[in-house]
Ligand binder design. Structure first.
Ligand code: GUN
Length: 368
């Protein structure tokens, strides 16, 4: 939100004062349009400003623009669909994804259903394996070893979290790194955390994730994709990541660092997290706690990417609950210049990035 406060010398707004404000607005618009130094955010369509009175000041107020993750994901999925058609035509290959689900968590079932649907929509081949809570670790491992050898499968995803009797890292490590389209294998994580400038003879290009010879976790990639598609400058910006999970916090912090942001990770043991977040130009919230990030934690004009998907009771809804993010969206959107909603923000991007990683994995398999 861009708020322009113009203090008037006394409590009475004269016609002259109003003319001054009008002239200033027209002048500002002229400058931003005519100068070569145009902030990318000014190129985006903005909602019209409205004038309000706040104490004895006149405020021009702009609500934060909402990042439309759904629309971007549709665009990406269409791009992927075209790539899949070309792969089929030129190489007679269909990218294949295996999705392993254990247990009966409703949220995991929904995510897996959405991932399979996306495969279908993009023309990918998908194989689903649904196990009861009681499945043994060996049974899952045997399946993964088979899938590692299966030439029709280019990506293997184990939906997380797993029931507590299963060793999550042991299972994820069993997936061969080339098919780890979730980017959670330790070797893929190690590549992400390396600051080497080259992989073998290849120069590393962090502005093009698809050129990299390893997989990057889908949600973190989706966060950066949203920033890129909304032309948010990352280089030299202060970025604060809230949360340090293997799935989001850690990898997204690494990606921001590789894009030359100055990155801070805030976690459960950080004293005064609000004072750290307040310095951020870019805030990535990935804690998993409904509305924990308040509007007054945010620096005016910052960009907020909300990764949290939390269900809160809502008797007004037919299903009795609604989904909310980690950020107090209604108030935060009045402070941020750009913000993702929940749902409809990062979520759809996670799936789009999974499709993209699977297609890339298929393409890599053709080269090797
Ligand atoms: N559970 C929540 N997000 C993810 C994800 O990105 N990958 C997997 N495998 N499980 C998840």
């Amino acid at each position: 939100m861009l708020t322009l406060l113009i203090a008037t010398s006394n409590n009475k707004y004269t016609i002259v004062n109003l003319f001054k404000i009008l002239a200033l607005t027209i002048f500002t618009r002229y400058i931003t349009k005519s100068s070569g130094f145009v902030l990318s955010s000014l190129r985006r369509p903005k909602p019209p400003p409205f004038v309000l009175l706040h104490r004895n000041r006149i405020c021009f107020k702009m609500s934060g623009q909402i990042i439309d993750g759904k629309a971007i994901s549709i665009k990406i999925l269409n791009e992927i669909k075209e790539e899949v058609e070309i792969l089929k035509e030129n190489n007679n290959k269909i990218p294949g994804l295996a999705v392993i689900l254990v247990g009966s968590r409703k949220d995991s079932q929904t995510y897996v259903r959405m991932k399979k649907k996306a495969c279908n929509d993009c023309g990918l081949f998908s194989l689903g394996f649904d196990y009861p809570d009681t499945v043994s670790q060996n049974e899952i491992l045997e399946n993964i070893y088979d899938l590692n050898r299966n030439p029709e499968i280019h990506g293997i995803l184990v939906q997380l979290p797993l029931p507590s009797h299963l060793d999550e890292s042991f299972i994820l490590n069993a997936i061969c790194k080339e098919k780890d389209v979730d980017g959670l294998h330790p070797l893929n994580t190690a590549s992400l955390c390396s600051t080497s400038t080259h992989f073998g003879a290849e120069k590393v290009d962090w502005t093009n994730f698809r050129s990299l010879p390893f997989h990057i976790a889908c949600t973190p990639q989706g966060c950066i994709e949203l920033l890129d598609r909304y032309e948010v400058k990352i280089e030299s910006k202060r970025a604060v990541v809230i949360g340090r999970s293997n799935l989001v916090g850690l990898p997204v912090a690494m990606l921001l660092m590789h894009r030359n942001a100055t990155v801070t990770i805030v976690h459960s043991k950080t004293p005064n997290p609000e004072s750290v977040v307040k310095e951020a130009d870019i805030v990535i919230a990935a804690v998993g706690k409904a509305g924990i990030v308040k509007a007054d934690w945010l620096k005016p004009g910052c960009v907020v990417i909300d990764v949290g998907i939390n269900s809160v009771d809502d008797p007004s809804k037919k299903r009795g609950y609604r989904l909310v993010g980690d950020v107090d969206f209604e108030n935060a959107k009045e402070v941020a210049s750009l913000i993702t909603p929940v749902p409809g923000g990062v979520g759809p991007l996670t799936i789009a990035m999974l499709m993209r990683n699977t297609v890339d994995s298929c393409r890599h398999s053709l080269q090797n």
